[in-house]
Write a protein that binds this ligand. Structure first.
Ligand code: GAP
Length: 467
């Protein structure tokens, strides 16, 4: 088997065109000219995204003795976002082009000329750096160099859901900007309703919304996206120990999925927010370079303390072993479904030559493959073959996502399945019917995606073989 292409050759244009052609990702609202920062997952995309979430949930909830799940509301009491600091401080530095009025992120423009503006800088500090570099900064839309001053733009998306005032905009509700606030506000409920004891974790998968000024790099930065977050609640003196464990576990998770070690690396935050004790990101080598895939952060007791202060409800935990009372510290792992999706597409996309045939093949690990097995009748116009193939489809589809395909010749069907990463194809032929060699009756050909090799397997053994 040929070595996988280098990620630099897997350009974003190539990956996104492929993802559209094969029904993985479509531009949002395409028939209306699109909607910036919005994307829809197609028939194979939804399967891949569901598998990404399933694999994460299995690793973070099913296989952990002390982590439980949660599904909290997207729209909450607005006080949640005041307490969390999002209403006051969740913003990006925005700058407007005076020529064409295009709004850009000041830190992104600076990044283009390789000047780093740290996310923790004040607006005054960014303005100063921006002014020092004005001569070199160009508007990405019109190419002019005439910008206004940098201001802070709040990223929380507002809604009037449940708010019937005429001037709701002055007193809005918000779509959640991160899923973990739903976890913090349910900390007490989970402690009181289950047998969990510190240290324990709460995991959640769900949509989050941010009014990103400049969504870019395809599904990497969207306005509506999905997060998979887990917060471990720990005794204050133990947080760095737990943090170290989760740092190791989360990197190993990607390696176990089949990611190459050279495409992953750690990035340590240089300026920690005042409450954080440690913050590292796992970066993946996307087609546009190494960028954040997941954050692993030690957040101290900031979140629970803020909610305690703003709600007036105690977030203290009474340790049943020591009788000590404390507000637990939080160790968080947080990753986007969409970013994982893009990383997975990039990592496992490949082009090779199989028996003289050029092909695109997604070398997905089986757990992630949208379709686990495809079933073909050798010929479409032979009812006995079609009927038998449908029987095999019924047998397999009860246990795994199976596709039935009788379009075109078998070679073409193989190519189609390779392109969507299906690990196995099963063909029902005349031998299955026992017409030529009676000893092969009720056996099928199973073809392997990566090697193209074929094996004859009895239908009775098929499920066991595929599993
Ligand atoms: N609770 C912590 C938190 O939300 P974050 O670094 O802002 O931290 C965590 O987001 C993860 O969510 C990121 O590592 C990324 O995978 C994903 N994410 C954040 N903003 C995103 C966006 N606009 N589009 C897609 N994914 C995003």
């Amino acid at each position: 088997m040929k070595e996988q292409n280098d990620n630099n050759i897997k350009t974003l244009e190539k990956i996104s065109a492929f993802a559209k052609r094969r029904g993985f990702v479509f531009a949002g609202s395409e028939i209306y000219g699109g909607f910036v920062g919005s994307f829809d997952y197609g028939p194979y995309g939804v399967e891949l995204a569901n598998n990404i979430k399933k694999v994460w949930w299995e690793a973070m909830v099913n296989r952990e003795v002390n982590i439980v799940g949660l599904d909290s509301a997207i729209v909450t009491n607005p006080k949640v976002w005041e307490a969390s600091g999002h209403v006051g401080g969740f913003s990006d530095p925005l700058v407007e082009c005076k020529e064409c009025n295009t709004r850009s992120r000041a830190d992104h423009l600076l990044e283009e000329i390789e000047v780093l503006a740290d996310e923790k800088m004040t607006v005054e500090e960014i303005n100063q750096i921006f002014d020092e570099n004005r001569q070199k900064l160009v508007c990405p839309k019109c190419g002019q160099k005439d910008f206004g001053a940098v201001s802070q733009f709040n990223l929380l998306a507002q809604t009037n859901l449940g708010n019937f005032k005429d001037d709701w905009a002055s007193d809005p509700a918000y779509l959640r900007g991160e899923t973990c606030q739903g976890i913090f506000i349910n900390f007490k409920n989970v402690v009181d309703s289950t047998r969990v004891k510190v240290p324990f974790g709460i995991a959640q998968i769900g949509k989050a919304f941010r009014n990103e000024i400049a969504p870019r790099q395809y599904i990497f930065r969207k306005r509506e996206f999905e997060q998979m977050e887990m917060q471990m609640f720990v005794e204050p003196s133990k947080d760095m120990e737990v943090y170290k464990d989760w740092k190791e576990k989360r990197m190993q998770y990607y390696l176990d999925l089949g990611f190459k070690a050279e495409n992953l690396r750690w990035h340590e935050h240089e300026n920690l927010v005042f409450y954080a004790k440690a913050a590292f990101d796992i970066e993946y080598k996307f087609p546009f370079g190494f960028k954040e895939l997941e954050g692993v952060h030690a957040r101290g007791d900031y979140d629970l303390s803020q909610h305690q202060k703003h709600s007036g409800v105690s977030m203290e935990y009474l340790d049943p072993y020591t009788n000590e009372k404390y507000v637990p510290h939080v160790v968080e792992t947080s990753v986007g479904v969409d970013r994982t999706f893009l990383a997975v597409l990039t990592e496992f996309y490949d082009e090779d030559d199989l028996g003289g045939d050029k092909r695109v093949v997604l070398r997905f690990p089986k757990k992630l493959a949208p379709i686990k097995v495809a079933v073909f009748p050798l010929l479409k116009n032979k009812p006995a073959l079609v009927e038998k193939a449908k029987e095999v489809f019924a047998l397999l589809s009860e246990h795994m996502r199976t596709e039935f395909d009788d379009n075109g010749n078998v070679g073409k069907r193989y190519r189609r399945q390779d392109e969507i990463g299906t690990p196995h194809c099963v063909t029902v032929d005349f031998e299955t019917l026992g017409e030529e060699k009676p000893e092969l009756k009720d056996t099928v050909t199973v073809r392997d995606r990566d090697t193209g090799e074929q094996e004859r397997i009895a239908i009775d053994d098929l499920l066991e073989y595929l599993r």
